[in-house]
Design a protein. Structure first.
Length: 618
């Protein structure tokens, strides 16, 4: 559900305004109304650019810390845990960011230098470790030394006599050779002249060692900063965030009476309005509670139960609802869970997701960011749904577990097993149920927002569609186009064609009803057929899992040691690929059904902005 908001206006004397804003920030509940685009202000742009710079370096330090942890923390001189944040000023924070940026740039330059040296080593290593001083002595004696390379098949031994050619190395069907000729003698050889570095192999290796030591020293400095000053840099980021919020509030302030009075508007959850009023009354600040109008861009805050709250991240991937709309999160959450399970459709895969997410929450709690914990809980729920949906087809890592001859599974098969035709029908039934449910929500939403009469047209469509289904499935109760059915159709026709736009001309209503009928006739069938993907994805994933099982057993050699190893490798790699692809599809396609078919038939408009109160960022 969407939290109810109250709108307030504040009128404050300019000398008391900063104190008043501090009161609001300490309360941390007022969402300031946007009256101007803050991003266009130079001071805001400067702060945003600085925050971007800080967050870039925070990511760098986090990666440095993670790399050090992954390497086993071989440098025992560094602290094992992050040092607490120190008090930091804006000047100190900016200087620290500058220092980290310089170290980062130097590390990047070192990486480029090392790559260049390694390239030179690769180029000269085929010639061996020779001394350039010998070549210099030959040149002083009147001889030129030229390096060549050509395919071994094109090397002509006549070059040995004609140009004093010597093959130095033969590697990968290529000959690497040199010629020693008097100064000025032309060397006409069908081969490519090799370009060598100016240093010998030993010199290059020594340069590489020195540059790697410099790089290691820079990395040690970054690791030390990551351990000692990461929290301090976060504190600087929070300082910038607070400064940004403070300046933004001043930008949204309307100045009246020659800048003597400051007027500000904002939103607060209705449940907290008494706390706000008591705080303002205590300090004798002037305020007024304003009426919320349909034109207001009221901020959106969700307040759902523990289960539905896990699916809010899916809602936010689309867009937030408008204020006054129904929050559809609790209504699509059970469908999404079932759809995911049907698309993945394998009990083994579901059990794997459930156990993997549970193990991560249990054993890696300290390493996982708090924001990721709801995601793992969502994976647990989706894994459990997949496990139970997999029982409908009886697949377990692509194998038919109902063929194992286990009595308990035989009993389960008798009660829950569905063949392909039944699974196809189940997908369509779920589509019809969700679409009708969405239409019911559409009618409810219109009644809540505009009044009862505005929902009658949608109710008429619901009655018509349900009556057609009942007449088809239960002809004994209500024969198709019988007297009772015709009466129901007539009632729905009145609602659809005469009450679709209350207060308008009846002819306009009839025309609008015809247009709605056309859209319903052309769109409803396509919407229902879209749910076939629930069956198709589950079937294709199961077939592919079975293929990997066949490959694992069929391609493993008949060897008591090698055979099981090869079979296990094919099984693990194949199912890992299949799980990745099918989990991705099982997430995307139910999301598509939710955002397109369900939201459309629910009359969802969206476009709301998130509730972001003015508060301290700590």
């Amino acid at each position: 559900m969407i939290v109810k908001m109250s709108k307030y206006a504040f009128l404050i004397y300019h000398k008391e305004y900063d104190t008043f804003l501090n009161r609001l920030r300490e309360m941390g509940a007022v969402h300031v109304k946007e009256t101007q685009t803050a991003a266009d202000q130079p001071q805001i742009q400067q702060l945003l650019a600085e925050r971007k710079r800080v967050q870039t370096q925070l990511r760098l330090l986090k990666k440095t810390r993670d790399d050090k942890t992954a390497a086993g923390g071989e440098d025992n001189t560094q602290p094992a845990v992050l040092a607490p944040a120190r008090p930091v000023t804006a000047e100190e924070g900016a200087a620290q960011v500058d220092h980290i940026e310089r170290l980062s740039e130097q590390t990047g330059e070192q990486h480029t230098v090392i790559q260049s040296i390694e390239k030179d080593i690769a180029a000269i290593s085929v010639w061996g470790d020779f001394d350039y001083a010998n070549i210099t002595r030959l040149q002083q004696a009147g001889y030129d030394v030229t390096f060549f390379t050509c395919p071994s098949s094109r090397y002509d031994t006549a070059w040995n006599e004609a140009y004093n050619a010597f093959v130095i190395n033969e590697l990968q069907s290529a000959n690497y050779f040199i010629t020693i000729t008097p100064h000025g003698m032309p060397v006409e050889i069908d081969a490519e002249r090799a370009r060598l570095p100016d240093s010998s192999l030993a010199q290059l290796r020594e340069r590489l060692r020195i540059e790697q030591e410099r790089t290691d020293e820079l990395n040690r400095k970054l690791a030390a900063i990551a351990a000692a000053d990461f929290r301090t840099l976060e504190a600087y980021d929070a300082l910038l965030s607070n400064d940004l919020a403070w300046k933004n509030v001043h930008i949204q302030t309307v100045r009246e009476a020659g800048d003597k009075l400051m007027m500000l508007e904002g939103w607060i959850p209705t449940a907290l309005e008494k706390v706000l009023e008591q705080t303002l009354d205590r300090d004798d600040y002037f305020y007024r509670k304003l009426k919320v109008t349909p034109e207001d861009d009221v901020p959106i805050q969700f307040k759902n139960d523990r289960f539905s709250r896990l699916f809010e991240l899916i809602s936010k991937l689309y867009m937030l609802p408008k204020y006054g709309e129904l929050d559809l999160t609790p209504f699509f959450a059970p469908f999404f869970m079932i759809f995911f399970g049907l698309c993945l459709g394998d009990s083994g895969y579901g059990l794997f997701l459930l156990l993997a997410a549970s193990a991560a929450k249990m054993f890696m709690r300290k390493k996982i960011q708090p924001s990721m914990m709801p995601v793992l809980s969502l994976v647990q729920i989706l894994g459990a749904s997949t496990f139970f949906c997999g029982l409908l087809t009886g697949t377990f890592f692509g194998a038919g577990m109902y063929d194992w001859g286990i009595p308990a599974l035989d009993v389960l098969k008798a009660h829950v097993f569905l063949d392909n035709n039944q699974m196809f029908a189940l997908a369509l039934i779920l589509g019809v149920v969700q679409i009708l449910f969405g239409m019911c929500l559409n009618a409810t939403n219109r009644i809540i927002r505009f009044g009862f009469v505005y929902g009658l047209s949608t109710i008429g469509w619901i009655i018509l569609l349900v009556s057609m289904g009942v007449a088809y499935l239960l002809p004994g109760a209500m024969p198709m186009f019988g007297t009772i059915h015709l009466a129901v159709i007539s009632l729905s026709g009145i609602l659809i064609f005469l009450l679709n736009s209350p207060g308008k001309n009846p002819l306009f209503n009839i025309g609008l009803g015809l247009w709605d009928t056309y859209n319903m006739a052309t769109g409803l069938l396509g919407d229902v057929l879209s749910y076939v993907r629930l069956f198709a994805l589950g079937l294709s994933g199961g077939i592919l899992a079975g293929v990997f099982n066949s490959l694992a057993t069929g391609m493993s050699p008949d060897n008591i040691i090698v055979g099981p190893i090869v079979m296990t490798l094919i099984f693990v790699v194949g199912h890992a690929i299949n799980i990745f692809m099918n989990v991705l599809g099982a997430f995307v396609h139910p999301m598509r059904l939710t955002f397109v078919e369900f939201f459309k038939n629910s009359g969802y408009e969206g476009g709301g902005s998130a509730y972001n109160p003015f508060k301290w960022n700590k």
